[in-house]
Design a protein around this ligand. Structure first.
Ligand SMILES: Cc1ncc(C[n+]2csc(CCOP(=O)(O)OP(=O)(O)O)c2C)c(N)n1
Ligand SMILES: [Mg+2]
Length: 327
């Protein structure tokens, strides 16, 4: 029978030094996304953009628990995952500006970030669409006997799609080395979970397939790390895929510019004060104001440099409009 584990806080799994590195990375993701929001509002970025402010500990915690050769796939909310996987901020910012120096050659934009060399096999704007691709990727690793795990990020809304059920069913049947990381932020666009899901404990969706599931506090980067490491060992040892039921908070709108009229303002303000993963880790590490300022200055400079790099980039040539189009 499939198990659901409840992960308590897991203090002590990471050294203070490693936690500080993760703090710096989470702060880089935050400052990067704040800059993306600012530049989008200034009219410089084409397309439609979603940031994951409030969910940084999921990206950093999962990536810290993986091995370098493991691969991920992501969603419309992919900046943090891609940065944490190791793609250079310049390559992501250039992609958002639609430049050929971007990680997808300027053809993808925010919802189609790719960096295969770094193990980022693609973000996907179609909700749930990455899930069967992750099952297939993990099946390839199993066939080739490669010590690699394929990881899918997706949201609570995605668990209502047909492909979610197909992907998990086959992944469990074939016992492929995959991790299914649910970022349970309680919203699908402006629809609260209570209006799109008949259950509240989404680990039941994995257990329905006999899949091992672990509940995780997504605001605690160390807890996310510990659960991911354990899940990775389980999946890589041939026991089958693992579902990570990660509770997290989207502390901003669904898309940049979302007025969030559907959300209670006081409740949102309270969440921002009590559930910000960066503030929680800052308090835990007891960072002084000076230490924080120093890290903030460093990561802000990296973000500024990425904007300068992107703005100096090359526009794709009109005759290349059909390049990479296969069908
Ligand atoms: C197949 C499909 N249906 C609908 C949409 C429109 N859409 C974009 S994001 C989204 C909500 C997704 O919610 P969730 O999976 O919880 O991810 P979150 O936005 O919370 O990160 C929807 C319905 C889409 N992009 N693709
Ligand atoms: Mg959601």
């Amino acid at each position: 029978m499939a198990k659901v584990e409840k992960k308590a806080r897991s203090e002590g799994a990471l050294s203070d030094e490693r936690l500080r590195e993760l703090f710096r990375e989470m702060l880089l993701i935050r400052r990067f996304e704040e800059k993306v929001e600012e530049r989008f509002r200034a009219g410089e970025l084409p397309g439609f953009l979603h940031v994951a402010i409030g969910q940084e500990a999921v990206a950093s915690g999962v990536m810290a628990g993986l091995e370098p050769d493991d691969t991920i796939m992501s969603t419309h909310r992919a900046h943090g995952h891609t940065l944490a996987k190791g793609t250079h901020p310049n390559a992501i910012m250039a992609e958002l500006y639609g430049k050929t120096e971007g990680c997808s050659g300027g053809f993808g934009g925010s919802m189609h970030l790719y960096d295969v060399a770094n193990g980022m096999l693609g973000a996907n704007a179609v909700v749930g669409a990455g899930l069967p691709q992750v099952t297939g990727t993990a099946l390839a690793y199993q066939f080739r006997k490669e010590d690699k795990v394929a990881v899918a990020f997706f949201g609570d809304g995605a668990t209502n799609t047909g492909v979610f059920h197909e992907a998990l069913n086959l992944a469990q049947l074939w016992k492929v080395p995959a991790l299914f990381v649910l970022e349970m932020n309680g919203w699908a666009e402006s629809t609260p979970m209570s209006q799109h899901l008949p259950i509240t404990d989404l680990s039941q969706r994995a257990v329905a397939f006999g899949m091992h599931s672990i509940d995780v506090d997504g605001q605690d980067v160390e807890a996310v790390f510990t659960a991911t490491k354990e899940a990775r060992e389980y999946a890589a040892s041939g026991k089958g895929p693992v579902f990570l039921n990660v509770r997290t908070y989207r502390l901003v709108g669904h898309y940049i510019g979302d007025p969030q009229v559907y959300r209670d303002k006081d409740e949102l303000n309270e969440l921002r004060e009590t559930k910000d993963p960066i503030e929680l880790l800052r308090a835990r590490l007891e960072l002084s104001d000076d230490e924080f300022e120093q890290l903030d200055t460093e990561v802000t400079a990296i973000v500024e440099e990425s904007v300068a790099f992107a703005k100096a980039g090359t526009d794709p040539a009109p005759e290349d409009a059909l390049k990479w189009v296969y069908a």
